[in-house]
Unconditional design. Structure first.
Length: 309
């Protein structure tokens, strides 16, 4: 046994094995030292950035400025001065007036509701092709350009209170033009026409004939698709449905409101019709649509003259 112990005491490790064992011991010691050290956490900044501070840092608009946001005002908003001007100068037609009855019973009121709703939806999407579908070309161009300018500056047009049936539609006036089209580009210049005036059931009616040569025949009115009468109805519409402008990060409403209050809009609708269509005053269901279009909205186009300027 003693000799065996002497042999073990004389046993020595190889140099490489000694190095590995020393390294393992050092690593083990470091682990014990780290685990023994108290954990120190870095104190974080707990201050919360306010919404106004964040908007200021990001350069987000939080208040409407007439000079900075002048491009917003090119949209056909229902400015009080426009609505007041119409209400002061034009009294709505009585419910038993011929053209009020015509709007109700010809299916026009149904079309007016749809066009008014679609106008709001297409502006809010935005859908330029939709605007072109429901509006006369000159008005569609002006509205689409206005919406594009608003989006170009990082703002957005939104809609509130989608309404299918508007609470109140009043007919302010009805006007008729014979020989002209709803599409202004088709009518040319005013100097190309000779005008004579009359009336139909109390509505002023202007008859336009070509100034140079008139090769039309009286029987042309019997041709299918020839709708020589252009009827225009200016209506005052009250509805909670409205448009408004949001800022860049949707944290503020810069222009308009999204409340439930009813607001008024003056809208001009036009359609080319047969002379027989003007007689559709009986309350018969399922009448075909007269294909109305919006030709002016809150007097943006100054009632949109029939001719190119």
């Amino acid at each position: 046994m003693l000799s065996r112990a002497i042999q073990l005491s004389k046993f020595t490790l190889k140099p490489a094995l000694q190095t590995n064992l020393c390294h393992a011991a050092q690593v083990s010691l470091m682990r014990r030292q780290f685990s023994a050290m108290p954990a120190v956490q870095q104190e974080q900044n707990t201050e919360v950035e306010t919404g106004d501070a964040r908007n200021a840092r990001l350069g987000v608009d939080v208040q409407f400025d007439k000079q900075k946001h002048a491009y917003v005002l090119t949209f056909p908003w229902n400015f009080p001065e426009i609505i007041d001007q119409y209400e002061a100068n034009i009294s709505p037609l009585a419910d038993n007036n011929y053209w009020s009855v015509f709007v109700r019973n010809s299916g026009a009121e149904y079309d007016f509701n749809n066009l008014f709703r679609e106008f709001h939806q297409y502006c809010a999407l935005p859908d330029a092709e939709g605007i072109e579908k429901i509006c006369e070309a000159k008005l569609a161009t002006a509205v689409n350009q206005s919406v594009q300018r608003i989006h170009f500056h990082g703002l957005d047009v939104e809609m509130a209170n989608l309404t299918v049936h508007q609470p109140k539609i009043q007919v302010l006036k009805c006007e008729i033009a014979h020989g002209l089209a709803v599409d202004r580009a088709s009518n040319g210049q005013e100097s190309d026409w000779t005008k004579s005036s009359s009336s139909i059931m109390g509505a002023p009616c202007d008859y336009y004939t070509p100034a140079q040569s008139d090769d039309r025949h009286v029987l042309d009115n019997l041709q299918v698709g020839n709708k020589p009468y252009c009827i225009a109805v200016t209506a005052l519409i009250e509805s909670p449905m409205k448009l408004f402008v949001q800022n860049q990060n949707y944290s503020k409403i810069l222009f308009g409101s999204d409340d439930q209050e009813c607001v008024k809009n003056v809208v001009r609708f036009e359609a080319n019709v047969y002379w027989t269509d003007l007689l559709k005053v009986l309350p018969v269901n399922n009448k075909p649509s007269l294909k109305w279009k919006i030709t002016d909205f809150n007097n943006l186009m100054n009632e949109n003259a029939h001719f190119q300027m």
